[in-house]
Design a protein around this ligand. Sequence first.
Ligand code: IYR
Length: 224
Amino acid sequence: MNDSVQGFVPLAGYTGYDDDEMRMRAANFYSEVGRRRTVREFSSRVPPRDVLDNCLRGAGTAPSGANMQPWHFAVVDDADVKKKIRIAAEEEESKFYSGGAPQEWLDALEPLGTNPEKPFLETAPWLIGIFEESYGLLPDGRRVKHYYARESIGIATGILITALHHVGLATLTHTPSPMGFLNEIMQRPPNERCFLLLVVGYPSEDASVPDIGRKSLDQFTSHL
Ligand code: IYR
């Protein structure tokens, strides 16, 4: 215990497990997250709103630089706003796919079968604009410095994607480039920058996904 610093409380929420239980939990978790696939075809069926709220609460538990929690999640369910986002995103994407992006990038995307048309931006029940607060703003207008905002928001986004998968919802991490237009449509202030647009909902009945694989453990880890 650190009794020289004020404002500490006991670590009350910690739960430990014996080795076998840990093994089981690790295997179960991997089996569950291993089934996650990025989906581009969504049903328009609307999931319960309180489920989304709890997944967002989960994302808000992410660690962040100096606990600044430099994130904002702008949830869009309004058809008109979704339409505006689709129109603006497709405008950017058309430029990207017809000459804006280097051929090497387009070649790398080829197995994913992506193109400038983004119907899911209107079909899916929710679009979540995940905004990074590059700096905070006090009520009197003074700026508060944020640390490791990008890392923090990346972690929060990972938790959100995992939480949504855990409850049976599919996601698409969509990054129209550039994303500046989302500040205006989603009414976010200039100290925020869109990190990505998360498309959320049930997959459509006939959704298909590219036949691509994942690296094996030894390909992406080392032990020293
Ligand atoms: N933003 C474009 C292109 C795109 C880029 C990457 I990197 C992807 O992994 C997938 C798509 C689009 O959404 O089509």
